[in-house]
Design a protein around this ligand. Structure first.
Ligand code: AGP
Length: 602
């Protein structure tokens, strides 16, 4: 996720901006920049890579006197991490920074280009500053130009704009991406979260979606769709560590709660009214492709398995999934009519990267599904689809898994559209379910409290089985991995239909079985599998929309009409179960023993 900072006042601005951006590093970024207007002078600096590069570039610069200033750390969603794509983006005499995704930027950009506007970057953000200047030329009223600009934007944005046309004012607008305003005397600060202004501001106002306005002469004037509005400030938190976690106990917990928002970003500009589009994919990627092979590790392997069910069932294309560390040494038979897909949160997993190189040497076309632009796997692939999950700090992957699975679901429809294996009605059903997914991922206090209370019963025993069928088998594997890696209790995911072929011998009251029992997919089959276990006194935790009287514990989900909505809802339940068990055991949830966030060695 990008990071935004802003300041208007008499203080030295460069350090305020750079220190503020430093506090946002935890959000992840691949480039950064600042822009300052003072004494009618526009200054701006940008650098790719770490913030130190920007500090080096600004070493000899120091601001003085009253002025306005904005800064940004960029997590690439549109366009590679380059200086040109780094924010702030410049028009003729104005600068803008932005966090989010402007869904209609292409059409706005085309309209502006038709008027002779030249774009320097590949970003959606640059559209904002040119749109502003286009309107300003018409009436020389910067606030009206800003208001008209915001009205034209579809999508998610938290944006700050400064202009030589109005050198003592910062314009701001918020919709879908976070931004707050900090106050200290005549000084006004802006930031994506608390940490950059802790120790500087003493009061804060958290902007709501649809709010916009300007800061001038130490005052903030706020508007929403109904016009100007008053607002009340609150005391600012003082604990930076807690602020980085936005008040959650662990990054993993925060990232579970973030899934509902990042899923909107993942779908933004891709799930359209009547189809799925990927601007990243040119038409010829699937030309002469008759099969798909997906290769990954760990959690990414689990999302690959789920994707394979969807690709075969809906896109009618054979799809085989491989564990990268196995694939590398099995002397695989590879055909050049197979598209080789790698999935990786970090984009640096050694086994997955080497498997990709093997496939490329064999002449296969490659596509990566990744969370980090410009990572080794992305750079090595012919094409890449970014999951847009933002930085994932918790070693145990959550939002990366959710967004990988969503990208595979979207890719399924994209392929099905091209191969004409899906009719309009079914396509609309799938798109409707996709659009409902963010709501499904919302974590209710009731659910979290239920898992917190339940978790006390699962702190011992001789192990867990997570069982599921079809799409829910990969989810069972993922649920087991989540529990294993942060509680250190033994757990394994298993196909429910396979329990009677041996593992049921383990069944007794000390064997905990977490049963994923969706209503929309083979419910009667999974029910009988669970009954077999219950009959042998296994302790059952059933997760289902349907009450199951043989369960020792039961988490009721909602009656979703689509298997993928049940999938995502049960995914959240298994994530919270692992989180709460781990917390009760006193483990370091974010940094579990023996694990690294990215396994860059064999
Ligand atoms: C996930 O919870 C684990 N931390 C681990 O299995 C991870 O998914 C695996 O190492 C693959 O990492 P990648 O997605 O960055 O390639």
């Amino acid at each position: 996720m990008c990071g935004i900072v802003g300041y208007v006042g008499e203080k030295e601005k460069k350090e305020i901006l750079l220190d503020g951006l430093q506090e946002l590093e935890y959000r992840g970024y691949d480039s950064a920049g600042i822009a300052i207007i003072e004494n009618q002078q526009l200054q701006h600096f940008k650098a790719i890579g770490k913030l130190q590069n920007l500090r080096d570039k600004t070493k000899s610069y120091e601001s003085e006197g009253f002025g306005v200033s904005i800064g940004h750390t960029r997590w690439a969603t549109h366009g590679k991490p380059t200086e040109l794509n780094a924010h702030p983006h410049l028009g003729e005499y104005s600068f803008v920074v932005h966090n989010g995704i402007i869904e209609n930027y292409q059409e706005l950009k085309t309209e502006l280009q038709a008027k002779g506007v030249t774009f320097l970057s590949q970003t959606d953000t640059e559209t904002i500053v040119h749109l502003f200047e286009n309107y300003y030329q018409q009436n020389s009223n910067s606030f009206e130009a800003f208001t008209r600009t915001i009205e034209k934007l579809d999508g998610a944005y938290a944006t700050l704009l400064v202009t030589e046309a109005d050198p003592d004012t910062i314009y701001f607008a918020k919709n879908g991406s976070p931004m707050l305003i900090g106050f200290e005397g005549k000084d006004v600060y802006f930031a994506s979260s608390d940490t950059p202004i802790i120790g500087k501001a003493t009061e804060v106002y958290y902007l709501e979606d649809g709010e916009y306005g300007y800061a001038k002469d130490g005052e903030v004037t706020l508007f929403d769709a109904n016009g100007e509005k008053s607002f009340s400030k609150k005391a600012l938190a003082t604990d930076k560590a807690m602020a980085q976690k936005d008040g959650y106990r662990f990054f993993m917990e925060k990232e579970i709660y973030e899934q509902t928002q990042v899923m909107n970003d993942t779908m933004m500009g891709r799930v359209l009214d009547d189809r799925v589009e990927f601007e990243e994919l040119s038409g010829d990627l699937f030309k002469n492709i008759n099969a798909i092979k997906i290769c990954a590790c760990g959690t990414s392997y689990h999302s690959a398995l789920a994707g394979a069910y969807l690709l075969e069932r809906i896109a009618k294309i054979p799809c085989h999934v491989e564990i990268a560390s196995e694939f590398r040494y099995k002397e695989p038979l590879l055909r050049d009519d197979t598209l080789f897909i790698t999935i990786s949160q970090s984009g640096e997993t050694a086994d997955t990267l080497e498997a990709l190189k093997m496939a490329k040497r064999a002449g296969l076309k490659s596509l990566s599904i990744c969370n980090v632009d410009n990572s080794s796997i992305v750079r090595e692939s012919d094409k890449a689809i970014l999951t847009r999950a933002g930085i994932e700090k918790g070693v145990a992957s959550t939002k990366a898994f959710a967004t990988q699975t969503m990208v595979l679901w979207m890719l399924t429809l994209y392929v099905a559209q091209r191969k004409e294996t899906i009719n309009k009605e079914r396509l609309q059903e799938e798109l409707d379910a996709m659009r409902h997914t963010p709501k499904t991922l919302l974590v209710s206090d009731k659910l979290h409290e239920r898992l917190h209370r339940l978790s006390k019963r699962y702190l011992h025993g001789h192990g867990f089985f997570f069982i599921g069928r079809d799409l829910f088998f990969p989810l069972a594997l993922e649920g087991a991995l989540k529990l294993k890696e942060i509680s250190y209790l033994h757990a394994e995911g298993y196909p429910a239909g396979e329990m009677k072929h041996g593992p049921i011998a383990l069944a007794d009251s000390e064997l905990f079985t977490v049963a994923l029992m969706p209503k929309t997919l083979h419910y009667d089959k999974i029910k009988s599998n669970v009954e077999e276990l219950s009959a042998r006194d296994a302790t059952i935790l059933a997760i289902s929309p349907e009450p199951f009287e043989l369960a020792d514990d039961f988490v009721q989900t909602t009656h979703d009409e689509h298997p993928m909505l049940e999938f995502f809802e049960m995914m959240v339940v298994t994530q919270l179960l692992a989180l709460e068990v781990s917390i009760r055991l006193g483990n370091d949830v974010d940094m579990p023993r023996n694990l690294a966030k990215s396994v860059t060695v064999e």
